[in-house]
Design a protein around this ligand. Structure first.
Ligand code: LMR
Length: 329
């Protein structure tokens, strides 16, 4: 009968509903604060592509660059609340969660080069630090490189004395605060997304960042001088909401782990060159005078900033600092 046939159709349709739900992709919102054309931006884009490939479309990673979804502080809260699933904040931004050991990465002159850094991030210290995030509801998946920071302002920053009274934007790290005070500068914490405008309007005079961040945010257009001090490192931890991660089917988690390993390689392979290129582009713009510190200038900067290691050791934990010294020697 007609009734029977429509009941059968209804049952068939109902049976399809759960199947349709099962087919809907798992969405990962990946929020970050920098431009797409940066090591982090490229790493995130590659991860999205690779995750789709390796899960055959069962996972869809949506990347939101340039603080378009959340600014620094908000993104960390959003991750813990589960409003986004994935972030790659700079290592300087984890201390406000109560994991102060991460500020060891901010210590001025602690790493001579990427080799020193990788010895730490790829070794037991790096893994131990990521584990500490778990009690905050966060799982650490990888370290991604950016690079070594330059100093910029509207006046030349050559000698230590040049920093006196200069208002410098920093990330939310007590170690960076101490580093700036060590040379007589006046540090001010601002979200990354607010930095360009703060420089433009004179809320702050200068800042520190790897060249790729400076250039892609057009900070060189509002900074007349830049010193290639390479005094400290800025890089990232890629993190996911732990509950979300633990709740994924095991095969999906395995595929995403592989996609993350591949994306880590992409981000890290491009980081050094991106920063070189950015510096060349700043130079070519003719808007900013680039100063290469002499060995003596760099030595004096190091001498002025190095006491910060001692000063911050009880905050960061002497054990972590000693382990880093041992790993990089
Ligand atoms: C900054 O705030 O300067 C950086 O952490 C931005 C970034 O994510 O590289």
């Amino acid at each position: 009968s007609l009734l029977r046939r429509s009941l059968v159709t209804l049952a068939a349709t109902a049976a399809l509903v759960p199947a349709a739900f099962a087919q809907a992709p798992i969405v990962i919102k990946f929020s970050h604060v920098v431009a797409q054309d940066t090591p982090k931006g490229k790493g995130a884009e590659f991860f999205a592509k690779r995750a789709a490939e390796l899960t055959k479309g069962r996972v869809k990673v949506e990347v939101y660059p340039n603080s378009q979804l959340y600014k620094d502080k908000e993104e960390m809260e959003a991750l813990q609340l589960g409003s986004v699933q994935m972030l790659a904040p700079s290592l300087s931004k984890f201390a406000p969660l109560g994991v102060k050991e991460f500020e060891a990465f901010d210590l001025p002159f602690i790493f001579d080069d990427y080799a020193d850094l990788h010895a730490v991030t790829n070794g037991p210290v790096g893994q131990k630090l990521l584990k500490k995030l778990e009690s905050r509801g966060i799982t650490g998946l990888a370290y991604w490189d950016n690079g070594f920071k330059v100093m910029s302002a509207n006046k030349p920053l050559k000698s230590v004395e040049d920093y006196k009274g200069v208002k410098m934007r920093i990330q939310s790290s007590k170690v960076l605060d101490a580093q700036m005070r060590a040379v007589g500068a006046v540090p001010q914490v601002l979200a990354f997304s607010e930095t360009y405008q703060a420089l433009q309007t004179g809320v702050v005079d200068g800042t520190e960042n790897p060249p790729s961040n400076l250039y892609t945010q057009k900070m060189h257009e509002v900074q007349k001088h830049l010193s290639v001090t390479n005094h400290g490192y800025l890089g990232y931890a890629v993190v996911v909401n732990k509950k979300f991660w633990d709740g994924l089917p095991a095969d999906i988690r395995a595929a995403l782990t592989k996609a993350m390993a591949d994306a880590t390689k992409v981000a890290n392979d491009t980081a050094f060159q991106d920063n070189q290129d950015a510096l060349a582009k700043v130079k070519a713009s003719g808007k900013t005078t680039i100063h290469q510190p002499t060995m003596a200038e760099r030595f004096l900067l190091k001498k002025a900033m190095f006491p910060v290691h001692q000063q911050m050791s009880s905050r960061i934990g002497q054990e972590t600092i000693s382990e880093i010294y041992k790993t990089t020697n």
